[in-house]
Design a protein around this ligand. Structure first.
Ligand code: ZN
Length: 121
């Protein structure tokens, strides 16, 4: 499986695949040749729970072609618990900012043709 396929399989189980520097422990969301923090080349896969708090979001009311069936939805940036990592994904049923206060607890619940799917916890 490619790294992207692995990411999708983990997302469907509510998990996030990350890449941890074996020297300094810094977590990377995508594969890198060198650690962004210390320059080391050693990495190991670490699977995290895809749970955190909504950091920011954008409501999509006019969707790109082919995505109209999903509107309204939000493009959400989720701050993952216990890490510096932020991931982005999509949350359905968000029509106005009142529907999703910043800081709302949320989690990864799947993957569809938009990308990672996030739902309120
Ligand atoms: Zn490192």
């Amino acid at each position: 499986m490619s790294v992207e396929e692995q990411l999708i399989e983990h997302a469907k189980q509510g998990k996030l695949l990350t890449h941890k520097c074996t020297d300094c422990g810094y977590l990377h969301l995508s594969t890198a040749y060198y650690c962004l923090k210390c320059g080391s080349k050693g990495f190991e896969d670490v699977i995290l729970d895809g749970i955190g708090s909504v950091a920011t979001f954008t409501i999509i009311t006019v969707a790109p072609a082919g995505f109209e069936k999903y509107t309204p939805y939000a493009f959400v940036v989720l701050q993952l618990d216990n890490t510096h990592l932020r991931i982005s994904g999509f949350m359905g049923g968000i029509a106005s900012p009142e529907d999703l206060p910043v800081g709302t607890r949320a989690k990864i619940t799947g993957f569809d043709d938009r990308g990672i799917v996030i739902e309120k916890q």
